[in-house]
Design a protein around this ligand. Structure first.
Ligand SMILES: Nc1ncnc2[nH]cnc12
Length: 179
């Protein structure tokens, strides 16, 4: 089997390394870290598709560059949910989720003040890849702790069956390699 997958996205082409997750599944790893051109292009393309929003909510770590860049280009505020509580969080709010690339359970945490920031606002949830939907679900649960409204959930890529979802928007589908 080829050891890379050729992805065409937001007018760019990248060779993604194919990586083993377990004996039955490989993924084409899409890592925007280090690739400023790709991050800028995906951010612009997603903003073109996005509804009106006031604040972006994303998850540490791989959602961060994309969410930052979308916030920069749109002039909007963004909130990163962290993987664990931080000492500067006065009142951490903790949610558990399951991810494909992180073994076992993963927690997402934001400070209560970020929940208060989202109160009454239009929230856009952003991630790099939507796959199992675990992180997305955790982010939706965090958003639901505010009185804000989630107006959209998006990612650069929707992997496997996530590409069939009609409740998200994304730039390109990404196959899972099952064997
Ligand atoms: N293909 C992929 N690349 C990077 N992160 C992922 N998370 C889930 N699937 C992924």
């Amino acid at each position: 089997m080829a050891d890379t997958y050729t992805l065409h996205i937001a007018g760019l082409t990248r060779e993604l390394p194919i990586c083993k997750v377990n004996d039955h599944m490989d993924i084409a790893a899409f890592i925007m870290f280090s690739d400023v051109e790709l991050t800028e292009a995906c951010a612009a393309a997603l903003l073109k598709k996005a509804p009106e929003f006031d604040v972006i909510l994303t998850a540490e770590a791989k959602g961060i560059p994309l969410a930052y860049e979308m916030a920069r280009q749109s002039g909007k505020y963004w909130i990163p949910a962290r993987k664990g509580p931080k000492l500067y969080m006065r009142e951490p709010v903790i949610i558990e989720d399951q991810s494909i690339t992180t073994a076992g359970k993963q927690t997402l945490v934001i400070d209560k003040k970020d929940i208060e920031y989202m109160d009454g606002k239009r929230i856009l949830i952003v991630d790099d890849v939507i796959s199992t939907g675990g992180s997305l679900h955790a982010l939706e649960t965090l958003a639901a702790k505010s009185t804000g409204t989630v107006v959209g959930c998006c990612a650069a890529l929707a992997e496997g069956d996530a590409a069939k979802r009609t409740d998200i928007f994304f730039l390109e589908p990404l196959p899972l390699f099952l064997h």
